[in-house]
Design a protein around this ligand. Sequence first.
Ligand code: ZN
Ligand code: ZN
Length: 300
Amino acid sequence: MEQSKFTGSRFLLITVLNVLITVFELLGGIFAGSLALISDALHNLSDSFSVILSYIAHRIGMRSPTPKNTYGYQRAEILAAFLNSLILVFLSLYLLLEGIKRIIHPEQVSGGIMFWIALISLAANLFATFLLSRDSKHNLNLRATYLHLLSDALASVGVIVGSLLIVFFGIYWVDPLVTILVSLYIAYEAWPIIRQTIAILMEGSPAINPEKVKTDLMEIPAVLGVHHFHAWLINENELVASVHINLGNISLSETEVIYSQIEKILKQKYNVIHVTIQAECTRGIRDKMCFSRDDEKHEN
Ligand SMILES: [Zn+2]
Ligand SMILES: [Zn+2]
């Protein structure tokens, strides 16, 4: 698994920062009469929840496998990333509706107070984002959290631009317009994470083509047939597979040599970290690579 520097003290710092931004923005929003700031504060509240969820999932994910959970607990992080992305989608819909409502019914706000509160929130958000950015490249869960904080920073930029247009030109509808653009951006960023986590939870293995695997394994001279192939992801990096092969009536020690060859091919070409092989003589030799419910004679 990816070695992460996502330590407890940094988690605490990010969470405390987010809660402070939330309280500050909420009070400022009420004081300035700005619905945009209040919405942004609610947004930040969901961040604190996301960061806490990410951290708990990360800790659970690092636990060793047990007799009850033989794959370990890495899927906890996939579930957390999925949940975080769902929260983003609902938040995006909420902001979209609020933005439309405010375009239809514009509200007067104090642009000056709005400007300073948004500016301070932006500085705090950028700092929290910087703390996460270095760890977010290879981990879906941290990436979901990082994208979330980044979109917050953009939301604050939108509020700043809106406040300036209110102060200098009195254009109130620019504020809900920016809110709508930001909501679309959040949905756009959440979508790939939702797609990827669903693919993993559905036991999909998008990086592997069973027919290519068959071609590769059939190149081993002793292998007469390959069928009933399965591959699935434990997390976004680790692939597990199982496969049936047909061999001649050879000894177990000769079979072991072929197992090693298959493991080598699957590891080097397809990044499979663990493979289970079932060797057979003629059983299922005409069955397909992808198990079908029509393969009645040979269902294991
Ligand atoms: Zn957020
Ligand atoms: Zn078989």
